[in-house]
Design a protein around this ligand. Structure first.
Ligand code: BGC
Length: 364
């Protein structure tokens, strides 16, 4: 494994010592300007989770005396590439990248590699590039399994322990997936379909529209507006007599759009899944509307990532717990995968309030 940031950091440390010993009037702030620089590229501020991700990574890196350049690209791929190019030009010692399009960064990461800058893929795998050193994420296949399991639990096909209740439905459902350019979206979908397939085959679940293929159900850029538009196409088949019983939703922003569309159509709310425990969805779960979400603790993801950066720049070996699952098409990227947690009306207080994500008041 390469430790490409080392030379630069050693040079920075020498520079720091020189500054400290020669500049008697220096303040901590002035010295801090020469600290190792970490570029953090995040996809968007349109969703709360990425705002929290950016703040957590920046805060934890700054606590370890790194300078941080945190940039958001608002889901625009050329903007993200330009931001990464600027970070490289500014002499970043390491890059942390929450990508928008997993296959669009090959060229800019080649520039990073040429400048000896290590790259950590943050939450989303960067594909088709040899220049990705580590991957910090959650067990994304497990997220999909959990989403499908909560859908089946909400419908009463599985019990709280995940065991079949014997209910054979049939239940009418619709499926949504995330953005096709985000590797996670496919992994969530595959994890979910693995759980749903036997029930679809048996006829316990029926997809009303018949749309089950990833390309048919993907939601470009994860944008809730695209989910609203698809709901407008799907809903006319559902009337008071033909109930929509459940919707597999991969992300809370989409879940809220689905619930709003059903409500606006005056139909009973289906069982809807989600992901990220964003505030509106956490409130909806607490109110018994959205059936479930998946909580991924971005404070822990920041810790894992910062540990990787620190080890890489300090000459150590980042800790990983998975060296086989994430083949990016060119190389298998060593990963540290965290455990996602299911949140329902039954446990939201324990997970989200006692865990310090929200106050009880925010969810009441
Ligand atoms: C993340 C999810 C998030 C989605 C939309 C995925 O890559 O893993 O947590 O819901 O992007 O932002």
């Amino acid at each position: 494994m390469r430790h490409r940031g080392r030379r630069r950091v050693a040079a920075t440390v020498v520079g720091l010592l020189t500054l400290v010993t020669t500049c008697t009037a220096c303040t901590a702030g002035q010295v801090a300007g020469d600290r190792p620089l970490v570029g953090v590229a995040m996809p968007t501020t349109a969703s709360e989770r990425w705002i929290a991700d950016g703040e957590n990574v920046r805060g934890q890196l700054e606590a370890l005396a790194y300078d941080v350049d945190l940039q958001y690209a608002e889901d625009d791929v050329p903007t993200q590439i330009a931001q990464l190019e600027q970070m490289i030009a500014d002499g970043a010692d390491a890059l942390v990248v929450g990508s928008i399009d997993g296959v669009a960064l090959k060229d800019v990461l080649a520039q990073a590699a040429a400048a000896d800058i290590p790259v950590i893929a943050y939450d989303r795998l960067i594909r088709e590039s040899p220049d990705v050193d580590y991957y910090a994420s959650f067990d994304n296949a497990r997220v999909g399994v959990q989403q499908a399991t909560t859908l089946l639990q909400g419908l009463g096909v599985l019990d709280a322990a995940g065991e079949p209740t014997g209910s054979t439905g049939p239940f009418t459902i619709e499926l949504f997936a995330g953005s096709a350019d985000d590797n996670n979206a496919t992994v969530f979908y595959q994890g979910a379909m693995q759980v749903l397939a036997p029930y679809l085959d048996a006829g316990t679940l029926v997809v009303g529209s018949g749309q089950t293929g990833f390309d048919q159900i993907a939601t470009e850029r994860w944008d809730p507006k695209n989910a609203t538009a698809r709901m407008a196409e799907l809903l006319p088949r559902y009337t008071a007599g033909t109930r929509l019983d459940g919707v597999l939703s991969p992300y809370d922003g989409i879940s809220i759009a689905i619930l709003d569309a059903v409500r606006a159509a005056g139909l009973p709310l289906p069982v809807v899944t989600g992901q990220d425990a964003e505030l509106a969805s956490a409130q909806s779960v607490a109110a018994g509307e959205q059936y479930a979400t998946i909580f991924k603790d971005t404070r822990q993801l920041a810790e894992v990532t910062v540990q990787m950066v620190h080890a890489l720049l300090d000459g150590g070996a980042p800790e990983v717990n998975d060296t086989t699952s994430y083949d990016n098409g060119v190389t298998v990227v060593p990963a540290y995968l965290l455990a996602p947690q299911v949140v329902t009306e039954q446990n939201y207080e324990a997970v989200l309030v006692d865990g310090g994500t929200y106050t009880a008041q925010e969810l009441s």
